[in-house]
Design a protein around this ligand. Structure first.
Ligand SMILES: Cc1ncc(COP(=O)(O)O)c(C=O)c1O
Length: 355
């Protein structure tokens, strides 16, 4: 079936896979909704896009993304609201960050209005795929790849922009054990750490694998120059509660400007919880863990939401944190953030965009 919007065509599947999905046992990132958005860039402009049934692409082996890694992506979520409707959470921030990543990787920006229209139409069309449930959501993955078939290091002249969605449950089951990494580096000044460039994630796999072999779930990355200051926690922004104040390492060209981090800090300030955005050294972290002044620690990210850290490894010592059920600030923030996204409390910052 074909429908048209002013900006793209819509081809609706005749064979929905919805009834094959076990929504009670969703594995994160393994189940894909019925439709995807696809739009090609060539001859210096975006071509007319389309929503079509989710399925594979056919690509030349010489497609530049396979060799030179011009690939960027985003991660965002749509939530089932208390009243049954579906809303996107702060999509404008993801769209802006996507285009910032595009500029850094020499890729064409996607017009914001078109991006928003495509997102809303796709999520609306597959709104039956948005699960309900306290940790469930529809994860949305926009991405762009270089598709020109050419061998030679330069910016591609052709790109594909696509969006697909996945019904998901919790990313991590329970709190995470993290290790402060002081040898490997995720991002360097002048590099691409602030962008969601695919290569950043490929480079993080080896150190993460080593941490897992030592019994950790994730790494806390430190600065590339001195390995002295905390930057991020895996694919989450790291935050700590020290003497009742939330400490959030500042964002920079090596730290991703997270939507969840921004939301948590905005809510915390609104709730009157003291916040400091500043450099946070490993020494200060270790002293806080030893003295007990550091009471709560967590990662903030779209996929994982707000994840308490149950153990932090620093300089070869492992520091367990108290059971997060008894924490003061993290459960409060989680209730506020989740309540806001699910329309259960007043959306006082107009973050929810209904589709
Ligand atoms: C490296 C990195 N840091 C932090 C985050 C958290 O950002 P957000 O809250 O926008 O998902 C992500 C996830 O996008 C990430 O990949």
């Amino acid at each position: 079936m074909i429908e048209t919007s002013p900006s793209f065509d819509i081809f609706i599947t005749e064979t929905s896979r919805l009834d094959q999905v076990d929504f009670d046992h969703l594995e994160f990132g393994r189940v894909f909704s019925d439709h995807m958005f696809l739009m090609e860039y060539e001859d210096g402009e975006w071509q007319r896009g389309r929503i079509e049934p989710y399925g594979p692409f056919t690509m030349s082996p010489a497609s530049m993304v396979f060799h030179y890694g011009q690939a960027i992506f985003e991660g965002m979520k749509a939530y089932r609201q208390g009243n049954g409707e579906v809303s996107l959470f702060r999509p404008g921030m993801n769209i802006a960050r996507f285009n910032k990543s595009a500029v850094r990787m020499c890729m064409p920006e996607v017009p914001e209005d078109l991006f928003m229209e495509a997102l809303a139409a796709l999520v609306k069309l597959d709104s039956n795929w948005v699960p309900g449930g306290s940790e469930a959501a529809l994860y949305i993955r926009p991405f762009m790849i270089a598709t020109d078939a050419y061998v030679g290091v330069q910016a591609s002249k052709k790109y594909a922009f696509s969006i697909f969605t996945c019904p998901v449950n919790a990313y991590y089951k329970g709190p995470v054990r993290v290790k402060v990494e002081t040898s490997f580096t995720r991002a360097t000044p002048g590099g691409t750490g602030f962008a969601k460039a695919a290569g950043n994630y490929a480079g993080s796999l080896y150190p993460s694998m080593q941490a897992r072999e030592e019994g950790y779930d994730q790494l806390i990355w430190t600065d590339a120059m001195e390995h002295k200051y905390i930057e991020e926690c895996g694919t989450m922004n790291a935050m700590f509660v020290l003497n009742g104040t939330i400490i959030s390492p500042e964002t920079s060209d090596t730290v991703l400007d997270g939507v969840t981090r921004n939301s948590v800090l905005t809510l915390a300030k609104d709730l009157g919880i003291p916040v400091e955005i500043r450099k946070f050294s490993i020494t200060e972290l270790q002293e806080g863990l030893e003295s007990g002044a550091l009471t709560e620690a967590f990662g903030a990210g779209t996929a994982a939401t707000i994840k308490p850290m149950s153990e932090i490894g620093v300089n070869g010592k492992r520091y367990p944190l108290s059971d997060s059920d008894g924490w003061q600030i993290v459960p409060w923030l989680l209730r506020e953030l989740d309540g806001n996204r699910r329309g259960e409390i007043t959306d006082r910052f107009d973050w929810n965009i209904p589709v």
